[in-house]
Design a protein around this ligand. Structure first.
Ligand SMILES: NC(=O)c1ccc[n+]([C@@H]2O[C@H](COP(=O)([O-])OP(=O)(O)OC[C@H]3O[C@@H](n4cnc5c(N)ncnc54)[C@H](OP(=O)(O)O)[C@@H]3O)[C@@H](O)[C@H]2O)c1
Length: 284
């Protein structure tokens, strides 16, 4: 683990850079474009977006304008919660490809397993049909890898009833104080790589006393300690920022190592950034 472009290997053999650049709540337009260009200048080669973030067009434009070659980049998008059907998911994949100005996506995820609008109308069948759309786009070569987000074991069991291709990724909230060990172990046993979303607790981690003490002791910032903790656990963190200096700061993760005792201390923190929403009860 030496740089942002080191890779993990997915269960289909595709390589994925070990840190991704997050873009949720990054406003569309100039802010998204500057943020993505800053990330590319700082050496990030993995960008995480989603149809529901509403910024795919700006991200696509920024990538084009940056001059960074497409084949050195790993681009992820995710399906809108309103598109849980075979036809809608197929159309949504085409729209993401078009908005991002690419002919293939490196990774496409089902964003949430059980959106509110399908909850009372056979959501399990909708989920299986949606996964089939991702499988077909993968087989057609439009998506190099496919996966899911916010899935728990019972959601994987629903896919298993009909899937012909197993998910390569589960993108879930993993941050000091909020990680689901049982789910993490399940995914690892299934050879599903874990992407850590909200690795800084959506900005809530910075006031925690213990994290600040560990950062000071290591001469690093809280963000760097948090991201390093994630990497030392073998997760793939997706830090988000719209500020150039923070984007750069969050990339300096390879000139130090957290001791076993620091790792244990961070592991033992509980609830310091709140807890993830239950995907079967989320209000969206
Ligand atoms: N699949 C899902 O359902 C899901 C859900 C949530 C997130 N995600 C993905 O994961 C990514 C990251 O999660 P997140 O957006 O929740 O947030 P995060 O990365 O945990 O934290 C981002 C927040 O921390 C601030 N920040 C970043 N670096 C900092 C630094 N070095 N010092 C001080 N403050 C810093 C940012 O502020 P500024 O931007 O103002 O700098 C922002 O407020 C998302 O952008 C998205 O790509 C996925």
């Amino acid at each position: 683990m030496k740089s942002l472009i080191d890779t993990y290997t997915l269960n289909n053999g595709i390589k994925i850079p070990i840190v991704g650049f997050g873009t949720w709540q990054t406003p569309d337009g100039a802010i998204a474009k500057v943020a993505v260009k800053s990330a590319l200048s700082s050496g990030y080669r993995h960008i995480d977006t989603a149809e529901m973030y509403g910024n795919e067009k700006s991200i696509g434009a920024a990538i084009k304008e940056s001059g960074v070659s497409r084949n050195s980049l790993f681009i992820t998008s995710k399906l809108s919660n309103s598109a849980h059907s075979y036809e809608k998911a197929t159309a949504a994949i085409e729209k993401s490809l078009s908005d991002l100005q690419v002919s293939t996506l490196d990774l496409f995820l089902i964003h949430w397993p059980n959106p509110k609008m399908f909850r009372d109308t056979d959501w399990e069948r909708h989920l299986q049909d949606t996964w089939r759309a991702l499988e077909d786009a993968y087989t057609a070569g439009k998506l190099k890898a496919i996966g899911v987000s916010n899935f728990r074991e019972h959601h994987f069991n629903i896919l298993k009833e009909t899937q012909t291709i197993k998910p390569m990724i589960n993108q879930i909230r993993i941050c000091p104080g909020d990680y689901n060990e049982e789910l993490i172990n399940y995914c690892r046993n299934e050879e599903i790589l874990l992407e850590a979303y909200s690795p800084l607790g959506t900005g809530k981690i910075f006031t925690d006393k213990t994290m600040n003490e560990i950062a000071e002791k290591n001469n690093k910032t809280v963000a760097q300690v948090c991201l390093r903790w994630s990497l030392q656990h073998g997760f793939l963190p997706l830090p988000k920022s719209i500020h150039e200096d923070r984007i750069e700061e969050n990339s300096h993760l390879f000139d130090f190592e957290l001791s076993e005792s620091d790792m244990d201390t961070i592991d033992s923190l509980e609830g310091i950034v709140g807890y993830v929403v239950d995907p079967d009860k989320a209000e969206f």
